[in-house]
Design a protein around this ligand. Structure first.
Ligand SMILES: *[C@@H]1O[C@H](CO)[C@@H](O)[C@H](O)[C@H]1NC(C)=O
Ligand SMILES: *[C@@H]1O[C@H](CO)[C@@H](O)[C@H](O)[C@H]1NC(C)=O
Length: 289
């Protein structure tokens, strides 16, 4: 009898362990875009040394804060390297660091020896270069993606448009305290993220430009992403409007399977506990006999 319980316990443990980890997921590591300068630095130059030092500072600092900037002049003050990273505001610091490290390794593969480069993953943004971009607003369009139009192809749907507008409008106004904001209305969710070197007003202005582009470029789309130089805004939908939403920011079709995994995990945990308790009680009463 005891052996049987032990067996079941191992089986349940195996199920629990094999469940997908709810922390740092493919979602945060998802690739959005990368840009590399055409110009390359000279291998072994002081500038390369400064870049390497900036990038390794980034890898280490992301556990301490979700935004940081760096200026490295260690090798040569005449060829400084500037860098920054920004994690999405809803990530924990360990997830932020995982994301930044993943971004750094992808960047070195995608932009070898580039004098300047930037890379955006779902969960974080990194950038470095030889000119200081720190503290400078930048609303240049870098990347844009619109989802398909409404699932039933009715095109103009006032209900959909008003839900999206209600979700988007929560990204601005009020009392912004964070570089990250999220909004939700009906079947729509929205989020925005600024790079931490912008002032509150600059951030709000930048998000406003991104929202304008979402409204004009992704007019009837079920999802949209607009990435500008120093901020981005996105929205996505599910249910009636979601074909297959683009996910990210905690939304999207992946959530359903994640939720299932959690339900299965909790059920397995409860069964495990019951089996364990009955095992303890049996062996305790067995000991008394
Ligand atoms: C950065 O690099 C580019 C290309 O080599 C160069 O034209 C520019 O002057 C550099 N800027 C600084 C501040 O060194
Ligand atoms: C850059 O980082 C320093 C701290 O290391 C901070 O005091 C400064 O405000 C940051 N600059 C910008 C533009 O974010």
């Amino acid at each position: 009898m005891a052996f049987h319980h032990y067996h079941l316990l191992l089986l349940l443990l195996a199920i629990l362990i094999s469940l997908p980890s709810p922390s740092f997921s493919d979602d945060e590591a998802g690739f959005v875009y990368a840009g590399c300068s055409q110009l390359k630095y000279t291998p072994g130059s002081p500038y390369q040394f400064n870049v390497d030092s900036t990038l390794s500072s980034m890898a280490n600092a992301a556990i301490l804060s979700s935004y940081s900037n760096f200026t490295s002049t260690a090798a040569s003050p005449s060829s400084p390297a500037y860098g920054l990273f920004q994690c999405r505001g809803d990530l924990s610091l360990p997830d932020c660091q995982s994301c930044v490290r993943s971004a750094l390794s992808q960047l070195s593969a995608l932009c070898p020896s580039a004098a300047g480069a930037s890379l955006q993953l779902q969960g974080c943004f990194i950038r470095y270069g030889n000119e200081s971009f720190l503290g400078q607003p930048d609303t240049t369009l870098v990347f844009k993606k619109c989802g398909p139009t409404t699932a039933n192809n009715i095109g103009y749907d006032p209900n959909m448009l008003s839900m999206r507008e209600a979700a988007l409008s929560q990204l601005q106004g009020g009392s912004p305290v964070s570089t990250y904001r999220a909004g939700a209305a009906g079947n729509f969710q929205a989020m925005s993220q600024c790079v931490g070197d912008l002032s509150t007003k600059e951030c709000s202005d930048c998000v406003g430009v991104a929202m304008g582009q979402l409204r004009s470029s992704c007019a009837f789309a079920v999802s949209g992403d607009v990435y500008l130089g120093k901020c981005y805004a996105r929205y996505w939908s599910y249910g009636d409007y979601g074909h297959k939403s683009s996910g990210g920011g905690g939304g999207g079709g992946d959530d359903a399977s994640k939720n299932w995994a959690i339900v299965i995990g909790i059920t397995a945990g409860v069964i495990l506990l019951i089996v364990f308790l009955s095992f303890i009680r049996k062996s305790a009463s067995g000991g008394k006999k």
